[in-house]
Design a protein around this ligand. Structure first.
Ligand SMILES: [Ca+2]
Length: 502
């Protein structure tokens, strides 16, 4: 396969050979002419015609060679996404027992965000925002797509893999997809990973099934794979490593998405990882996180062996908070998955980019999965789309601990949340949490009160009103732009005994 790729290498490779030849002539001027030992750029006398022709060719190629050189320098992009991994579910974020040596190492080599958010407190919406830079109700994926739903990531949305691919990147997605509903997955009528910008993909619709052990529901580039032997995260990492080592065109920059199933239920853990916590009641869950961490390490090792780690922006995060009944922990934050309190949306966020991020940086600048889109385009030197609202911003200043400027504040709405915390808005140190009817609000000074223990709404009515005004502005804007026929017309029961179904 690699040989096939070598055959389809483009002009960049040819031009690079010219560049190599030019460098060789500069370093070894004696080779340009046995009679002329003076460097090419000094001597004007006694040069044979062959050398003059070479120089003319090089002049003609100069604009191309500079393009090729800049393309060669474009950073690769790797985005790891855990599924339901909580803020407190790793040694990196302070868990006393769970071993995550690879995530620890990653944080020591890059930046660890202490206030990294997911775009939603459930799965599909969060993922849609990573790819589009747009908040879920705006891009249409307002709900998790686990059953028979109309909503999906529309072909009209612009994803970062699509933009990177059109600028010369090779793209790959492995793992969970969850951006269309079950009947829509792997059909021609609805967009699939390939339609959203991935050259190569191996994915499941939602969970690996029938279990995360020996799953049989992966689809590779439209074709069912059949039963695989092993556990999901290492299987997904295996495919990513195979793509890195054998399948990709190594003359091009690449973007690789690795969206693990772990630690989402049904939890299936290789005994070699659960045995690390032998005798502990939570050994399966803790081992499941270590299994995920092991898979992260497999890909980190492959990047090293391919010699591309130094030119790769690597992001690790989670799609929403943890589920306590399965063993997850939000590390002391209030709430968990589905909640608009911090436990549902504040997640791990680690970024490595050698030469650009000081190793071991810890940043408390709030960032969100929605920012990945603008960050990736910034790193690749591509402009943001101008024909639509992009909610996220580039995280680059935050890599150095500097604040990022947001035109649109951080905003969350989760359709299956408890009715009392259906929406949230964060501006600076302040967070407003609103109920499903948008009539009752809680106010927290979130930078200090990170556990959301002291509701200041009645004590600070002016601040509360200011935040409410902004929240309604943001929501009204989203409603006017998003495909609201889906969330207003789809029949579903209101969650948690509430009144509103979106
Ligand atoms: Ca999830």
């Amino acid at each position: 396969m690699k040989k096939d790729n070598a055959r389809r290498r483009g002009d960049g490779q040819v031009i690079r050979h010219f560049c190599d030849a030019f460098a060789f002539l500069v370093d070894h001027p004696e080779k340009s002419s046995p009679r002329n030992r003076t460097p090419l750029w000094i001597s004007t006398a006694g040069r044979p015609m062959k050398t003059v022709i070479r120089i003319l060719i090089l002049f003609l190629l100069m604009p191309l060679t500079s393009d090729a050189a800049s393309e060669a320098l474009k950073p690769n992009i790797v985005v790891f996404l855990a599924d339901d991994m909580g803020w407190g579910d790793s040694a990196t974020y302070g868990h006393k027992l769970i071993k995550t040596p690879n995530l620890d190492r990653l944080a020591s080599q890059g930046v660890k965000f202490t206030q990294c958010y997911s775009a939603c407190a459930v799965c599909s919406p969060s993922r849609s925002s990573i790819l589009t830079g747009r908040t879920p109700y705006r891009n249409g994926v307002y709900r998790h797509l686990s059953g028979n739903h109309e909503a999906h990531l529309r072909a009209s949305e612009i994803t970062y893999p699509k933009l990177l691919r059109s600028s010369g990147y090779e793209t790959c997605h492995v793992g969970k997809w969850h951006l269309n509903s079950k009947p829509q997955f792997n059909t021609r009528e609805f967009p699939q990973p390939g339609d959203h910008g991935y050259d190569y993909w191996m994915a499941t619709h939602n969970n690996a099934a029938p279990s995360h052990r020996n799953p049989n529901n992966f689809v590779r580039n439209g074709k069912p794979v059949g039963e695989l032997n092993g556990f999901s995260a290492p299987l997904v990492a295996d495919e990513a490593v195979r793509w890195l080592n054998e399948l990709r065109d190594d003359s091009r920059p690449f973007a690789l998405s690795i969206w693990f199933h772990e630690p989402h239920s049904p939890i299936a853990t290789d005994p070699k990882f659960s045995d690390l916590y032998d005798g502990h009641e939570n050994s399966r869950y803790m081992g499941n996180i270590t299994q995920l961490d092991h898979a992260l390490g497999m890909v980190m090792k492959a990047l090293d062996e391919e010699g591309v780690s130094d030119n790769t922006l690597l992001i690790f995060t989670s799609d929403n908070g943890p589920v306590a009944k399965f063993g997850g922990t939000a590390g002391g934050l209030r709430g968990g998955k589905r909640s608009e309190h911090e436990g549902g949306i504040r997640v791990p966020g680690v970024v490595r980019w050698p030469g650009h991020i000081r190793p071991g940086t810890v940043s408390d600048v709030p960032v969100i999965g929605t920012d990945i889109f603008a960050t990736v385009l910034d790193v690749a030197g591509l402009p943001l789309p101008k024909d639509r609202t992009i909610d996220g911003v580039s995280m680059l200043p935050a890599f150095e601990g500097k604040a990022v400027r947001r035109r649109i504040p951080l905003f969350w709405r989760t359709h299956v949340s408890p009715p009392a915390d259906r929406v949230a808005l964060r501006m600076g140190d302040w967070k407003l949490v609103g109920d499903e009817t948008l009539t009752t609000f809680q106010l927290y000074e979130i930078q200090k009160d990170w556990k959301e223990e002291r509701d200041l709404a009645s004590l600070m009515p002016e601040k509360t009103e200011e935040m409410k005004r902004r929240l309604f502005e943001v929501w009204n804007d989203i409603e006017s732009e998003g495909p609201d026929h889906w969330w207003k017309n789809e029949r579903q029961k209101p969650a948690g005994g509430g009144k509103v179904n979106y």
